[in-house]
Ligand binder design. Structure first.
Ligand SMILES: [Zn+2]
Length: 129
């Protein structure tokens, strides 16, 4: 298996876990959080990684309204992509179930997955709580 395929499988496993309401991140022995897949901590290189449950909700740190979508999300514009702080890790995703103008920094969101309109590639999405 090529490293790219391996990376892709790891990402799918993460999305599957999110989809099953069993999202996790990995923590090194120095307490740094990062998103799977990892073989070593991106902060300190530690290879002692343990899976931890992802907090149920996070807070939007930054967001942007996208009017010219990527091909994947052609049917959705305008949509909002956001960076949300989930404590030990930061996630990037699309904000769903909310009008673009209602999304604001600091709002509480839960993480979920969603199919893109055109296909079977699941995307990471944030649902306002
Ligand atoms: Zn570390």
């Amino acid at each position: 298996m090529s490293p790219d395929q391996d990376q892709r499988r790891g990402h799918d496993a993460f999305l599957d876990a999110v989809d099953a309401d069993d999202a996790f991140y990995v923590e090194c022995s120095n307490g740094h959080g990062s998103l799977p897949p990892r073989r070593a901590c991106p902060h300190c290189g530690d290879q002692q990684l343990a899976e931890r449950s992802l907090p149920g909700t996070g807070r939007v740190q930054a967001h942007t309204v996208v009017h010219v979508p990527t091909e994947e999300f052609a049917g959705r514009a305008p949509y909002v992509t956001a960076i949300a702080d989930f404590g030990p890790v930061t996630l990037t995703g699309l904000v769903v179930d909310s009008r673009a103008e209602d999304v604001e920094n600091g709002m509480t969101v839960a993480v979920d997955t969603d199919e893109t309109p055109e296909g079977d590639t699941p995307a990471l999405v944030f649902v306002p709580r």
